[in-house]
Design a protein around this ligand. Structure first.
Ligand code: HEM
Length: 469
């Protein structure tokens, strides 16, 4: 484990191997838990170059070089095939996966869906989903044990269901959730076939099951789209949700609409990109708070004060809650690594980058880099309070990426996480089960390896019930 100064709380993390790993060990760890691959030099050096048989690879954690790859010269660095093949299975026509002009057109069309005003309008749906979970928990007896990590996937899927399809999915939400779990259980393992660029027709373990799951999603979503199209054509009343916005969105440059395939792919993209990421952010926040009584009290006090009046700007007022969430995103960024491939030769720092080189920028490493952060292994949300936030170097904190491909849903996710965390903390005392082993495991997203067993007890009834917006 990484050591840090007492009395700071340093949450669990793999101890970086002191020297670079050999190829076989790298492959083993990539499959087991890619977090274990980062050797000590990655946390000290701005750029590390390693020659792997499948690509000349640059591990880039230098702010200026990151700016060049992800912003200034982003056209030279499209997403690499490994990232697209592994992380975006079945999402080939959605914003996360498309490239070039198709990406530009989709991004223009989808930007209004995640504009600040639109996202603010979803605060009520987020509160309602948090309240649903709180009500379910309230029915459990005092000290009931839950897996908080699994529970967070329930609430984030509920938020997405309410904000994408406000009139429901018209079927069995449990079956839908099980299909989501099957999807996440099967994608995201980094195997040798992918690393060595084996063509897509070479069967990968688990992919047959994935295809069946994708076929199920397509059927369910196509039915929902069809019903909504009929409803929009029939009445002037438009459900206020992402599906309506998707079906009505126009590319401001060309006036073009998204095709049915693109609408379907983007619904799946929002579900997959916004579900586990936000759920894990919440799970890590709950874990960190369970170990930090002072911050727990501060979040509780803020939640009690602000939830009494949940107007649209509620999340803006949850300042301490958001600082805790941002610190959780620093220590355990759900997307632990981003990768790109160089098209043409370029220079990054002192290194000459050849075409086809692989560039890896790992928020997990960047956020714990010794040249960029003081006491990086320690949990300290005050870094993100308004008075000290300005001290964080630019491009040193990238839980949502940066540049043209930055996360389109970042405000949505932060607002959702703040509202859900505040509601749960205000309503329940939550304690990590004694002896529980909490360990970060990277599998598409960074999650607690064995879940998060917590004992929950409802606070006395005098606590305010968060009102509905
Ligand atoms: C805490 C939660 C989240 C985290 C940490 C996160 C992180 C990221 C990151 C790092 C990227 C950039 C990937 C790259 O550059 O290769 C990204 C892209 C994306 N995210 Fe998120 N995300 C979160 C929540 C969401 C939500 C809630 C949605 C939608 C409902 C969403 C939709 C997307 C989409 C569509 C892209 C692709 C954008 C593009 O390529 O233009 N994300 N996300």
């Amino acid at each position: 484990m990484l050591r840090c100064r007492e009395p700071d709380f340093c949450p669990p993390a793999p101890r970086p191997p002191p020297r670079r790993l050999g190829l076989v060990e790298t492959l083993i760890r990539l499959r087991r838990n890619p977090l274990e691959c980062w050797s000590a030099e990655c946390f000290d050096e701005p750029i590390v170059n390693i020659r792997l048989p499948f690509a000349d690879t640059f591990l880039v954690h230098h702010p200026q070089a990151i700016k060049r790859v992800l912003m200034d010269n982003a056209k030279n660095y499209p997403k690499d095939t490994i990232q697209r093949r592994i992380l975006s299975f079945g999402l080939s026509d959605g914003l996360l996966s498309v490239e070039g002009e198709r990406w530009e057109a989709q991004r223009r069309s989808l930007a209004p869906l995640f504009a600040r005003r639109t996202v603010n309008g979803f605060a009520g749906a987020m509160l309602a989903a948090a309240n649903d979970l709180a009500m379910t928990w309230a029915k459990l007896g005092p000290g009931a044990v839950i897996d908080a990590a699994a529970e967070m996937t329930v609430v984030t899927l509920n938020v997405l269901a309410r904000t994408i399809f406000s009139d429901g999915i018209g079927g069995d939400i449990t079956e839908f959730r099980m299909a989501m779990n099957a999807y996440f259980g099967a994608v995201g393992r980094i195997g040798a076939l992918d690393l060595f660029g084996a063509p897509t027709f070479v069967p990968r373990p688990g992919h047959r099951r994935l295809r069946r799951t994708m076929a199920y999603f397509e059927t369910v979503i196509d039915r929902i789209i069809e019903l909504r199209r009929l409803r929009l054509a029939d009445t002037a009343e438009r459900p206020n949700d992402l599906l309506t916005l998707l079906l009505c969105s126009l590319d401001p440059a060309t006036g073009g609409r998204l095709s049915l395939k693109e609408v379907r792919s983007n619904i799946l993209t929002f579900l997959s990109a916004g579900h586990e990421t936000t759920a894990n952010t919440l799970a890590w926040s709950l874990f960190l708070l369970s170990q930090a009584p002072e911050w727990r009290s501060r979040v509780l006090e803020e939640a009690m004060r602000e939830l009494v009046d949940p107007a649209d700007d509620l999340a803006d007022r949850l300042i301490v809650t958001k600082a805790v969430i941002e610190e959780a995103l620093r220590l355990y960024p759900p997307i632990a690594a981003l990768s790109r491939t160089a098209i043409e030769a370029d220079t990054l720092g002192d290194f000459a980058v050849k075409p086809r080189s692989l560039i890896v920028i790992a928020p997990y490493v960047l956020h714990r880099h010794h040249r960029l952060w003081s006491n990086p292994a320690a949990f300290d949300p005050s870094r993100f309070l308004p008075e000290s936030r300005g001290d964080i170097p630019r491009f040193a904190y990238l839980p949502f990426g940066v540049g043209p491909r930055t996360c389109i849903g970042s405000s949505f996710a932060l607002q959702e996480a703040a509202i859900v965390l505040a509601v749960l903390v205000s309503r329940f005392e939550m304690q990590l089960l004694p002896g529980a082993e909490v360990w970060p495991h990277q599998r598409i997203t960074l999650r607690p390896a064995k879940g998060l067993p917590m004992a929950i007890t409802r606070r006395p009834a005098s606590s305010p019930l968060p009102a509905m917006a």
